[in-house]
Design a protein around this ligand. Sequence first.
Ligand code: S3P
Length: 437
Amino acid sequence: MSRYLVQPVDSVAGVIRVPGDKSISHRALMLGGVAEGTTEVRGFLESEDCLATMRAMRSLGVAVERPGPDEVRVQGVGLHGLAAPTQSLDLGNSGTAMRLMTGLLSGQRFDSELIGDASLMKRPMERAAQPLRQMGARIATHGGRPPVRIAGGSRLSGIHYELPVASAQVKSAVLLAGLYARGATTVVEPAVTRDHTERMLLALGAEVDAVRGRVRLQPPRTLRACSLDVPGDFSSAAFFMVAGTIAGGAGLTIEGVGINPTRTGLLDILALMGANLRIVRHRSAGAEPVADIEVRPAQLKGIAVPPHLVPLAIDEFPALFVAAACAAGETVVTGAEELRVKESDRIAVMAEGLRALGVDCEVLFDGLKVRGSADRGVFSGGRVDSHGDHRVAMSFVVASLRAREAIEILDVANVATSFPNFGGVARKAGLNVEELA
Ligand code: S3P
């Protein structure tokens, strides 16, 4: 089982880039696959999760070429051109792929079955299946979990759906099924979640009406292929925002990061904690806003994280908990029970890792209280188990910037699901991380 060995280092500096956005890369493959014509994608994230989606789309009869690094060319087959797969579609570690595919496949003429790795096979799928059944889809789960079996040939109708949980995956699953429905589909969210699906549907010519927290899609006759630029993934940049904040040194510039406001809750949370982050060189990559992020060292202070920021920072809590350990006083996160059903139970797994490194924290049913310290050597060093969760593994690499001894992080192969060259980028920033088999 692969692991990281990270030696303490106390400063970072330089200019780095992070790979393409995972959420947008998945959507480019799926929506490009059912558009008319060729979708050229630049900045595509070649990670295990997105490659699983690529294999699934190929199994559905979509030709996907890879003309160069980080580039894909998707030969769209049109909304009704997907072909029946000859076997189950294996979506690896990716909850996004499975939930969005469930929506897309609900409107097809053929049957399909979705499976994944040990982590994905434990994750809740009824949250997507239930609204899709209301639309007329026939979907079976195994006690709420994968395998997900979708019967073909259902006639879907548009619905008005009020999401019980703030989930961009469920919203997107319903919208993808809505492409095949009779009548408009409306999704209302309890809190704003990432809107990449809506933006990409608009770019492909669909009629989407999105106002804060409410999206209405008219089923289009066709989607028109276009070229798509994928910005750097804010969630991958997050590790370096925390690194540049808690380390000494000249700080970091992270270039070309997607700053879609439905993703940047961490900027607000770190600002409340006293971080020194500047967003510069605003520009756009097609439908998505992009900028460079400059981060300088700062002494953080503990805060109560405002619950409305939780969905806007949902993937950033492992990194934020490391920042919280380096903040003077207590940081309290509540309203974050969704963290329990991510690639791991991120509340339990982060608490276990923080305690293994000598940090005092208290598990809440919906969050975590972390009692931080302004000392240089906040973390003792030692061994932590990432439980196969990519973001947990990367967060504890960042902890080495305030550790007294080396940190060994177990079960890190899944870092490749979202950030294939994390070790290389981390070393470029100045961290001392070694990947061991
Ligand atoms: C994602 C939505 C979020 C997020 C995940 C990616 C997406 O999940 O945690 O990493 O691409 O739509 P939920 O919808 O379950 O909150």
